[in-house]
Each structure stands twice: as structure tokens, then as C-alpha cells.
Design a protein around this ligand. Structure first.
Ligand code: KIV
Ligand code: NA
Length: 280
């Protein structure tokens, strides 16, 4: 068995091999991700949309994140467990931020926390780091800024915005973040940030030059029958799990109707004498 993935081990991968990260929100998903030898499990606040049916991630709370993070931890994955700090859990005060971060570690069994934003969030990031909690940054298209961004849009496309993002990335690395998610930015910008900072960058919709990649479980496995049928450009679907599950359940339903499920070997029996006596 391979060793547990640690923060120093992630940092040491700056110059390869490339890092992999996939979201998981419960124990069986964590086992599946872990069996694929993925380096990091992200208990993302994307669970608000992927498993809770919300339209954005703003609905995730600290209690919800703890509930799912602890479920993932019970699978005892080899992968590093990184849990998202949900919206408003690190925006109010340093005290509240540290308490929320502490709960995600102590109750949610997270091994590192991810939070969105750049220099604006530095005081909170520094406070969490000072409490000995590893921090993963998240820049670019930050879904918790949904309303402020006016929807999910690629960020850092013009020169000024790109320079701001580079400065944010440097500030996060300087502050002591152990890795940085880059979401929804042009590839050249992600490439420059990756070159400019000493910590690994993990891309999602940020091109091939990042030190690693992250995808959402339900996206990469097509596990959500999407009513709109629309997928982000950066998603590659490696399986069609929703389709597979639907077909399987249709077969189950047909077998029940046909009386071919359950079969004899799927049935409990009593001894012939008891059966005969019961029948009379
Ligand atoms: O919540 C999430 O799944 C994320 C990834 C998209 C990076 O933050
Ligand atoms: Na997230």
C-alpha cells in the first residue's frame, strides 16, 4: 500500500509528477476516488449543487461541510482530504474564521482547507495558517462570487485583471498556502502564475500548464442527468454513470414485473418440514 498523501508530499510535486484531485462528498465516493490513486480528495462546496440540488454553492454551510467531510474521512482515504470553507464562514471576523476552520478540522476531519479569494482574504488566511491549518487558495472564477461576477465567467481575460490575479497568486504563495486552485482563466495566465510561484497550481478550466488538475466527481463521470444538457468546456466525461445507472434500474424494474427477480439463489429458505407445516 502506498503512503498517506501529506502536505509536504504535495508541495514536493511542484516540478512533477502532475497532481490529481477529484471531489467526493461521501464515503463510497471517497473510496472510488482513492482506489483510482488520486492524490487529493476535495470535499467541495460544489456539493450544494451536485448532491443537494441547489443552483449555486452559496447554500453550503459549515455544518453541511462537516457532515460530508466527516463521511469522506470515514473511508480512511490515502488521498489528502481538502475541505472547502463555505461562503461567509471566513468573511466576518478572524475569530469566527478560526472557529469555523477548527470545526472543519476537528469535526469534519479535514486535513487542509480551501478558501476562495486573493489579497482581500489574506488576514483570514494568515489567521488559519497561524492555527496550524494548511490552506489551499482558489483564484479566478470563484463560484462563491457568483453574484458579484454576474454569473460564471472566465476571469483574468484583460491585462489589468490578469495582473491582479498574478499579484493575488504571489501573495497567497508568500503567505504560506500549500497549493493554489486556478479556475476558469486563460491558459497563458495559468502558465505564468505556475511559473511565478513556488507552490503547485491545480487547474480547472485553466489549461494544461498547471502543476495538477481538479474535476468534480459528477462532471468527470457524468453522474448528474443534466436537464439542460450543458457542460462546461473544460469537462471531459470519462464515463456515463447516470446513463449506466438508469439502464440498470430499468432492467431491475423489468425483472420485478416479469417475476424473475428475486431468483431462488437470492431468496431465504426454511427447511422443508417447517415450510410444509406453515402452508397447512
Ligand atoms: O467546490 C468545488 O468542487 C471546487 C472545485 C471546482 C475546485 O471548488
Ligand atoms: Na468550491
Amino acid at each position: 500500500m502506498r503512503d498517506k498523501v501529506t502536505i509536504p508530499a504535495i508541495k514536493a510535486r511542484k516540478h512533477g509528477p502532475k497532481l490529481t484531485m477529484v471531489t467526493a462528498y461521501d464515503a463510497p465516493m471517497a473510496r472510488i476516488v482513492d482506489q483510482a490513486d488520486i492524490d487529493m480528495i476535495l470535499v467541495g462546496d460544489s456539493l450544494a449543487t451536485t448532491v443537494l440540488g441547489q443552483t449555486d454553492t452559496l447554500a453550503a454551510t459549515v455544518d453541511i461541510m462537516i457532515h460530508h467531510s466527516a463521511s469522506v474521512a470515514r473511508a480512511n482515504p490515502r488521498a489528502l482530504i481538502v475541505t472547502d470553507m463555505p461562503w461567509l464562514s471566513y468573511h466576518v471576523s478572524r475569530e469566527e474564521t478560526i472557529r469555523n476552520a477548527g470545526r472543519l478540522i476537528r469535526e469534519g476531519k479535514a486535513e487542509a482547507l480551501k478558501l476562495e479569494g486573493g489579497r482581500k482574504r489574506l488576514p483570514m488566511i494568515e489567521a488559519i495558517l497561524a492555527a496550524e491549518i494548511p490552506v489551499m487558495g482558489h483564484l479566478g472564477l470563484t463560484p462563491q462570487s457568483f453574484h458579484a461576477m454576474g454569473g460564471y465567467r472566465v476571469q483574468g481575460k484583460d491585462l489589468e485583471a490578469a495582473r491582479e490575479l498574478i499579484a493575488d497568486a504571489k501573495a497567497l504563495a508568500q503567505a504560506g498556502a500549500f497549493a493554489l486552485v486556478l479556475e476558469g482563466i486563460p491558459d497563458v495566465l495559468a502558465e505564468i502564475i505556475t511559473q511565478e510561484i513556488a507552490i503547485p497550481t491545480i487547474g480547472i478550466g485553466a489549461g494544461v500548464h498547471c502543476d495538477g488538475q481538479v474535476l468534480v466527481f459528477h462532471d468527470v463521470l457524468s453522474f448528474n442527468p443534466d436537464p439542460t444538457g450543458k457542460q462546461a468546456k473544460f469537462v471531459r466525461q470519462y464515463a456515463q454513470l447516470a446513463e449506466l445507472a438508469t439502464t440498470a434500474l430499468q432492467q431491475y424494474s423489468a425483472d420485478v414485473q416479469a417475476g424473475t427477480f428475486p431468483a431462488d439463489n437470492e431468496t431465504y429458505h426454511t427447511n422443508a418440514e417447517v415450510a410444509r407445516t406453515l402452508r397447512v
